[in-house]
Design a protein around this ligand. Structure first.
Ligand SMILES: N[C@@H](CCC(=O)N[C@@H](CS)C(=O)NCC(=O)O)C(=O)O
Length: 202
């Protein structure tokens, strides 16, 4: 086991890390430690930033690190899912951050159970950001991928955002994103993971 991922028993902000391992065919090389909400008060003290997700590396120091996107980026670099040049990395990051902002807004509206926020999210925030992502994928990607000609962290973050924020029903208006999501789901490791991951409430 090369490392341990700690996150709630849900997709949320931890799923992008699981998807990186899945796409790299490394799902069996990390421990997917899922924490129940009831255990969170005692678990919180172990989390380096007092939040989830965090990763415990299997190094001499047993280093623990928080923040979902830096963790996902670290493993994406490790497994060559981060483009082949610094510039490609920049294009990937632009899409990752935009999609992650969208996920955060969706999660916020959902968890706060605030109807006004939810309405703003579905009628304004999501269509605006999806349109921008559609433009970027059209400009940057080839053969259905978000950036360049192969699967990267950008494809995985788009997939996770659409999935977690429940935006799949809106995709008919964004053909490039729709094709991109389908392309990601075709990846061998991702396909296997999606078939076997637990059903969760978020
Ligand atoms: N920027 C952080 C945000 C982490 C975050 O907000 N985690 C939430 C769960 S998704 C959490 O730990 N909530 C419980 C708490 O803050 O006590 C990241 O992306 O990892």
């Amino acid at each position: 086991m090369s490392c341990q991922l700690n996150y709630f028993n849900g997709k949320g902000r931890g799923e992008i890390i699981r998807m990186v391992f899945a796409a790299a065919g490394k799902s069996k090389e990390f421990e997917d430690r899922r924490i129940e909400f009831k255990d969170w008060p005692q678990e919180k003290t172990k989390a380096p930033l007092g939040q989830l997700p965090y990763i415990k590396l299997n190094d001499k120091e047993q280093t623990t690190v928080g923040q979902s996107i830096p963790i996902a980026r670290y493993f994406a670099r490790e497994y060559k899912l981060y483009g082949s040049t610094n510039k490609e990395g920049l294009l990937i990051d632009e899409i990752v951050e935009t999609a992650f902002e969208l996920l955060n807004k969706g999660a916020e509206a959902k968890f706060e159970k605030d109807e006004t926020k939810m309405k703003t999210f579905t009628e304004k925030t999501a269509p605006e950001k999806l349109k921008l992502l559609e433009q970027e994928v059209t400009l940057r990607g080839q053969d259905g991928f978000a950036v360049g000609k192969s699967l990267t962290l950008a494809d995985l973050q788009i997939y996770v955002t659409i999935d977690v924020a429940g935006l799949d029903k809106m995709l008919s208006e964004y053909p490039k994103l729709k094709a991109n999501v389908a392309k990601t789901a075709e990846n061998k490791g991702v396909k296997e993971y999606l078939k076997t991951r637990p059903e969760t409430s978020f």
